[in-house]
Design a protein around this ligand. Sequence first.
Ligand code: GDP
Length: 365
Amino acid sequence: ALQCGIVGLPNVGKSTLFNCLSNAKAQSANFPFCTIEPNVGVITVPDHRLVQLEKLVNPQRVVPTTVEIVDIAGLVKGASKGEGLGNKFLANIRETDAIIHVLRCFEDENVTHVDGTIDPVRDKDVIDMELQLKDLETVESRISKTEKMAKTSKDPDAKRLLDVLLKYKDALESGKSARVVELSDQEKQIAKELYLLTNKPIMYVCNVDESAVVSGNQHVAAVKEAVKNENARVLVIAAQTEAEIAELETFEERQMFLEDLGLKESGVSKLIRLAYELLELKTFFTAGEKEVRAWTFPAGALAPQAAGVIHTDFEKGFIRAEVIKYNDFTNLGSEQACKEAGKIHVEGKEYEVQDGDVMHFRFNV
Ligand code: GDP
């Protein structure tokens, strides 16, 4: 399964956020290094369409889809040189598919900051620099291998790879992340295989006090300005408050608390949806009387691959897919009504599954 990693300096609110996100209670304390082992949380993706389908189909059970989030152990200055839990931390990041970078944008004298003052842009730069230094190491070692190949074999692929590596080297040496380097589509394909840390899709989470959750504050404004060229999402969240909300018993109580803050939806549920987008994941549904269920597939997947998400046999023996558009299903109210209206589309192996499709697969066993 694809994973998002939560990173950030110690005491910025990573564990607090992770706790809100997952049922697994990671310990959270005013103490750097309290999250030593990477904690993996399997998190339900909120989806209003599932609620609609449940109402119409009235199934025995409803199964939402999930995304995995890992809370990665504390990073400090010098990690790329192996300080703190540096090497372990970087290895954990390498395994994730996207990054959620938590930045401390709240003031609180009782919570120690590793550098004494609140400055999320500086904090971001500290982490970026460690990741960039590690990437530079990767890039330089690949350059020395590739240079020889490019010379001796006259292999055009080696030459192309070398070009990409040199572009990255330039950027990394001047304190930029790999993700800001402009590449052609062909070069992007080559770049993928380098698995650079600073090339992963990223979302910045500004952790604020509840008073700033709607309007932001000067720290949030500074972060937005600093990342405007990165093609990154910025989400403002009050992790501490969300943790308190999560403790409330009923949905109504939680909703009331959110509305008092001026929010329609919890920050956590926004974060999960954004993480899902960051990972380029989409959802299709199956809607039978036994079970209404959401399934995750990678954007661009063809019908057999999507069928394979349910069962490998569905992919191997794939014959065809019967597809109802979500809007047709909810407008007409049932599969039978869709059938009568000619709204069931029969699709073959080349069909690119769309977000929201309600699917039936036909296959040989
Ligand atoms: P981590 O080291 O990044 O995982 O940070 P933690 O989640 O353990 O948080 C460190 C401390 O900051 C804890 O005492 C939290 O209760 C506190 N904290 C986290 N988020 C907030 C926030 O939004 N506002 C305030 N005032 N405190 C927070």
